[in-house]
Design a binder for this molecule. Structure first.
Ligand SMILES: Cc1ncc(COP(=O)(O)O)c(C=O)c1O
Length: 395
């Protein structure tokens, strides 16, 4: 690493998250780790820690992502959640990847392809998101009936994806009903893996009896997703609204609190590469938008929006002290108003640690934790730490 801007990832924390999730929700045979978008920004290197924690299937969006992960693990099954162009199916077979079948036209074309070896497929159902998926029981029955004629296509799974939390909306229940309707002619116990839920489903609902798989995304990375009972007037109003909606809409019971003890594993660091004193009425940064009201010390750090930090990031921390970001966030640099305790080359925390936790930074910037995690670009080296060693990877 030449520029000291990097994302530190604590692999033990990720592993412990999985152990903790499995202890709290032990009822599944398959725990899918959703590691698309470079494992939510953490980088593919982490998959072995997830596997050590108990993840036994991975899910990604694209063939590129799946092939990249094979650099880190050649054994674990990987499900690709989006359709793959049929000319690349040989790659799926060679890399031991499972494909998603999510529309009839694709399925019919798939039947015409001669495959050299068995290809595992999961059929995705559209239960209410209108993105991907088989929508009717007739279509699903056709798939199920035609598959045995093709010895190289193995139906390993059926799944869907929930649009909402179902905490105070009825959509979740409607999607579950729709899944039951589409699969009504099928004995789901004959399908090796049935998986519907994502993190929110896991922590906010009773286990769906016929599902033996669950897909873990954001919870694995330390976001608990529960709706704590909370304190104060806001929490009181939220609980009241949820209670009212549940009664009015007959929403299925939710687990609004849980005993999960999850930790985020990332800390984004940079360093002070310049310090300068400025006077009242001096400008800082592009557009001359920030005007100093009095004499100030400005620290410059080599991290910008091209590294994935939000354009409206508010604070950084140096030597346990929080400072305001001033001026516009540039492509490669930010400036902060600091004091005389800050020295050249001091290490700065941009995201993470006790003062700038992921959720707080995301909230302050008005973005989701998903956007914050996945936004960190590949220009930022990842440094993996666990009890034994430190590994730096440039993706
Ligand atoms: C199909 C599918 N399953 C599971 C997940 C994981 O979602 P979450 O991070 O909310 O658990 C995603 C993420 O977008 C997804 O697209």
């Amino acid at each position: 690493m030449y520029r000291r801007t990097y994302l530190e990832v604590d692999c033990e924390k990720l592993k412990n998250n999985i152990i903790n999730i499995k202890e709290n929700y032990p009822g599944y045979e398959y725990y899918f780790g959703v590691v698309k978008a470079n494992a939510y920004g953490h980088g593919g290197f982490i998959i072995n820690s997830l596997i050590e924690g108990g993840i036994n299937y991975l899910a990604v969006s694209s063939l590129e992502e799946a092939i990249k992960l094979r650099e880190f693990n050649t054994e674990i099954p990987i499900l690709i959640l989006e359709p793959i162009h049929l000319e690349f199916l040989d790659k799926c077979i060679n890399y031991n990847l499972t494909i998603t079948v999510s529309n009839m036209e694709y399925f019919k074309e798939l039947l015409t392809i001669e495959l050299p070896h068995a290809l595992k497929i999961h059929v995705k159902l559209d239960t209410g998101m209108s993105r991907l998926g088989i929508k009717s029981s007739n279509d699903l029955n056709e798939i199920i009936n035609k598959l045995p004629n093709n010895p190289n296509l193995f139906l390993e799974g059926i799944y869907t994806h929930f649009a909402t939390s179902g905490i105070n909306d009825k959509h979740w229940d409607n999607q579950l009903s729709s899944f039951k309707e589409i699969t009504k002619d099928i004995d789901l116990s004959t399908i090796p893996i049935v998986h519907m839920g994502r993190s929110l489903t896991l922590v906010n609902h009773e286990k769906i009896p016929f599902c033996n798989g669950t897909r873990l995304g954001i919870v694995m990375y330390g976001m608990s997703q529960n709706m704590p009972a909370g304190k104060g007037f806001k929490a009181f109003l939220r609980n009241l609204r949820n209670k009212h909606n549940r009664k009015k809409l007959h929403i299925s019971p939710t687990t609004t609190t849980n005993n999960l003890d999850l930790k985020t594993a990332i800390t984004l660091y940079s360093e002070v590469i310049d310090l300068r004193k400025i006077h009242a009425n001096d400008f800082v940064g592009y557009g001359a938008e920030f005007v100093a009201q009095n004499n100030m010390i400005i620290a410059t750090l080599p991290i910008g929006y091209a590294d994935g930090i939000p354009k409206n990031i508010k604070h950084i921390v140096i030597n346990n002290k929080k400072y305001n970001v001033v001026g516009e966030v540039c492509m490669d640099m930010i400036c902060a108003a600091v004091d005389e305790t800050v020295k050249l080359y001091d290490k700065a925390t941009i995201i993470g640690g006790d003062t700038l936790p992921v959720k707080k930074v995301a909230n302050e910037c008005g973005i989701s934790t998903y956007t914050l995690f996945t936004g960190i670009t590949n220009r930022v080296p990842r440094v993996y730490v666990n009890s034994q060693e430190t590994t730096e990877i440039n993706y």
